[in-house]
Write a protein that binds this ligand. Sequence first.
Ligand code: ASP
Length: 616
Amino acid sequence: MSQPTFKRTHTCGQLRDSHAGQTVTLCGWVNAYRGHGTGLVFIDLRDRYGITQAVFAKDEASAQGVIDQADKLRNEDVVALTGRVRIRDGAPNPKLETGKIEVVVTSLTVLNKTDNPPFLPDDASPLTNEELRLKHRYIDLRRPKMQKILATRHRVTKVVRDYFDENGFLEIETPVLYKSTPEGAREFLVPSRHVPGSWYALPQSPQLFKQILMVSGCDRYMQICRCFRDEDPRADRQSEFSQIDLEMSFVRREDVMEIMEGFVRTLWKKVMGHDVPPLTRMTYREAMERFGIDRPDTRYGLEIKDISSLAAKTDFGVFKDALAKGADRPQFSSKRGVVKAIRVPGGAEKLTRKMTDAYGEFVKGFGAGGLPTVKLNAQGVLETGVAKFVEPIKAELIAALGLQPGDTVLFSFDVYSIATKALGELRQKVAKDMGLVPEWGKQWNFLWVIDFPMFERDKETNRWVAMHHPFTAPRDDQQKAFVDADVNDEETIASIVSAGYDIVLNGSEIAGGSVRIHDQAVQSKVFQLLGLTPQQAQEKFSFLLEALRFGAPPHGGIAFGLDRLIMHLCGTDNIRDVIAFPKTQIGADLLTRAPSPATDDQLKELHVRSTWEPGR
Ligand code: ASP
């Protein structure tokens, strides 16, 4: 028997029929075993690269001692084995890349016996519950699917660095212990030991540092960075996530868009082998009008149509009341009443009463009063309870929506912001229910959304908030209008268009950015509008306002959500799948059990007293 060794000669995914006759050493985990107690044992050995079948056969090379050892192996034991490669005795296994060969083992070293694993890292069986998977993440990550995601993530970051390096960007790290600056989301705070009573914040993004790097003359910056936002739980969010963060000097909107579009196309080509055509562009207004959302999924129809002028001709009370709201406001004012509709082709048959009732409840979640529905049946007759109200405009409605017999129409009525949002959200739900969303990988619809409003009203506080962030500039041709605008002139402020841009892929925002304000006076006006007094603005942002006074070049940038990109590239809608060590929705790391209580001594040293008492 040769000396036991675990110096690998090959990986478990490497051997082919051309290796037949060679003596090899493989290391890995026992993925499966067969034939215990028969004198002929088969082990599937797995590592990151694949699976190889190993045979322990008495009448071949394996000594009895080795077979006895093999007999005791169990799933997930870690072993090294040495043996001879041979063409498989039985039929090749087409599911394995190594499926033509097997290794006849001459020596086996058990490197580590495992405890009984709580689950097996097996992609073929249904997944065990996620809590258990996160608790034993090291087992979960052994699954080939997870290994593939980690490899894709690595590949993406490599393409990112190569592409931006070739285009003259420098990767520059920025601090994680940072100053608390109101940028939108709630921040995580870290107490300072050296300055009692003072706190760092973890950055929501390196936004201000990258702008300051432009003032520093760095010209083109990139960073794959970690961002922290203490947001309320949402299935597709993590409080700690990664961005590909970028900034460029001496640029207009078009310059940033050109480089970033090049990146997206390079990435999809290199990772998916897919040629992305030049990205189409859509204004925010068009997106809202046609799709009711600023990240439209254009892979399917179900477009929204404004039928306010037709609705005004009916005697339907709910339409009339809606249209009376804010009637004196400008056409696209968020507070003006509208009636909008979606045509669902074939809906008369496919959408049951139960479904349309549920849709009615669904839109109420967005503040809408309900969802009147009519069907145009196969005979071309309008059906349902509200049909009588719609009857007088039937011909015009058919023409406006392109209705065919068998279609259903869903109506939304309220002020613009509510009616639009309700249908925008509903549209996505109906598309799923009707099976209109293409399977993953079949269609990649990228587009730019541009010309966002600078500001919107926060529903809860009724204050102006920046639609992107407070450092976003007005679009070139809007600068003067913004500088001249009276901050109390509601409709004018609402109408100012920003120099922001998002990249949307299949209905999800994968990147967002803007040209920035590089003029101190404009920046101060934005702060004023957002309700910061000059003192507050100084307290929070003196470093930015100061930097803007000392030679700030025009600049702009963008950030891609790295986790979301990987989700698209790997075909998962679970963000935790693409992060090696993710947190649960309430920010818990089940593996290390963070967060956890601090000791009294730690707190004392940090000058912090906890007001929390167990059980209260
Ligand atoms: N800092 C921004 C964000 O995190 C992106 C950008 O404007 O570049 O959304």
